[in-house]
Design a protein around this ligand. Structure first.
Ligand SMILES: CC(C)(COP(=O)(O)OP(=O)(O)OC[C@H]1O[C@@H](n2cnc3c(N)ncnc32)[C@H](O)[C@@H]1OP(=O)(O)O)[C@@H](O)C(=O)NCCC(=O)NCCS
Length: 180
């Protein structure tokens, strides 16, 4: 059964294998081998860091802002790490334009099997549990897999804006209304 969990050392070997495949998304860039080895040797700080609250966070525009309430989850089955999702329960001026309530990635060897659709659906449940009813998700215009998965979860395209992230081009901004 697929589920979201907080990072857990029981899945460390699978997570490390995913990083070696080139697992990535906004908060989880592709890491060089020396960084992967450090995580493998001492995973606790790495795991805990993603769910640390308080303090400041500096997004792509380089302007530090107070960190919003959030959680970082892994999508797993009984034995494997499949992907990860950042769920943000609050917005700030950067998030409400560029990054939205959730960001996610699926490990390369497990793509094209519906996992992005599933991780978004599970992320939406987490938001609903915390009282969020209008959800913003953004995807680069070139990232067909990402925006098809958003649309499959009821995403309604509101606008396209210049993309501030690495890939440049346009960013598609979608809203999903969570009903009772
Ligand atoms: C984008 C990403 C999350 C898609 O994950 P995935 O598990 O392969 O997506 P799904 O299997 O749920 O596919 C969703 C839809 O997109 C399609 N799709 C997925 N990848 C695609 C691709 N590279 N090209 C064209 N279509 C694609 C699927 O066929 C499916 O279409 P359908 O609804 O017609 O069946 C994954 O490629 C990834 O992790 N990329 C790197 C990180 C990233 O871009 N994250 C998103 C932005 S934060």
């Amino acid at each position: 059964m697929l589920r979201l969990i907080l990072p857990d050392t029981r899945y460390l070997a699978s997570y490390v294998a995913a990083m070696r495949e080139g697992f990535e998304f906004g908060m989880c860039p592709i890491l060089p081998e020396d960084e992967i080895k450090k995580i493998e040797a001492d995973p606790f700080d790495h795991f805990e860091g993603y769910n640390r609250h308080g303090g400041m966070f500096t997004p792509t525009d380089g302007i530090p802002r107070p960190s919003v309430q959030h959680n970082f989850y892994w999508l797993v089955d009984e034995k494997d790490f499949i992907g990860a999702i950042s769920v943000r329960y609050e917005m700030n001026d950067f998030l409400e334009v560029h990054a939205g309530h959730i960001g996610y990635g699926i490990r390369p060897s497990m793509r094209r099997q519906g996992h992005a659709k599933k991780i978004i659906a599970l992320g939406l449940k987490k938001l609903k549990e915390r009282g969020v009813t209008r959800v913003l998700i953004t995807a680069n215009e070139e990232n067909l897999g990402s925006w098809k998965a958003i649309e499959a979860n009821g995403g309604v395209l509101e606008s396209k804006i210049d993309c501030i992230f690495d890939k440049g081009g346009l960013s598609r901004r979608y809203w999903i209304t969570l009903k009772d």
